[in-house]
Design a protein around this ligand. Sequence first.
Ligand SMILES: [Zn+2]
Length: 267
Amino acid sequence: MQLPLLRDFIARHRRLFVLTGAGCSTDSGIPDYRDANGSWKRSPPVGFQAFMSSAAVRQRYWARSFAGWHRFRRAGPNGAHQALARLERQGRLGPLVTQNVDGLHQAAGSMQVIDLHGRLDRVRCMDCESLVPREELQAELLRRNSGWTGLQGQPAPDGDTDLEGLSFGEFDVPSCSRCGGVLKPDVVFFGESVPRARVAAAMQQLEHADAVLVVGSSLMLYSGYRFVHAAAQAGKPIAAVNLGRTRADELLTLKVTEPCAQALAAL
Ligand SMILES: [Zn+2]
């Protein structure tokens, strides 16, 4: 019913601003955080302050992430990522803006992507700012924690894994090999703001666009909601593909409640 309307929306607007969220990657086997009402499905992820101030929180974070990395890394793009890469090749959109940290748009062939919340395949030293590939850190984590291999838990968003009943005090977390600083995945944590330059680059794309297409985001976070709000202020039409409620439902021109891959692949 809604798919012809979506096709029509995309055909009518020559240049699209596309914002994607977790729902875009669920068909790739990466779980999302929120239910159909936009509420947390699970306990919220670790916050920036807690991560930076507590070695125990970092041990728990890295142990769970160590266990989840394998599955996360193996995930591949789905029909939604592929459809958006096709729209880019057809010159229908500038850099797409994603709240996802999984790199699956790039894997599907999108050349221009603004990773609003960063990338999980990089690790940053919070003191000297040096970047390390996550694969490298994974090898180091393995070297230091060989007894922790083979742990199985429920997959959680962002490469996290639910590990119950373990004491993380034994998990050996390395510091930066250059300066001894705290290592953190190069992603924006809760309680941390998106770097200004990234927001500005995305806003610039929005200014050039005729219409907005939201794919798989509940827009509960201000980091994504602000673009839809700005588009509404500028009188630009907004379509969203999302299975549940979004924070911007009353601002939408068109709402498609279908799985993202199914809806976009039909284009
Ligand atoms: Zn460092």
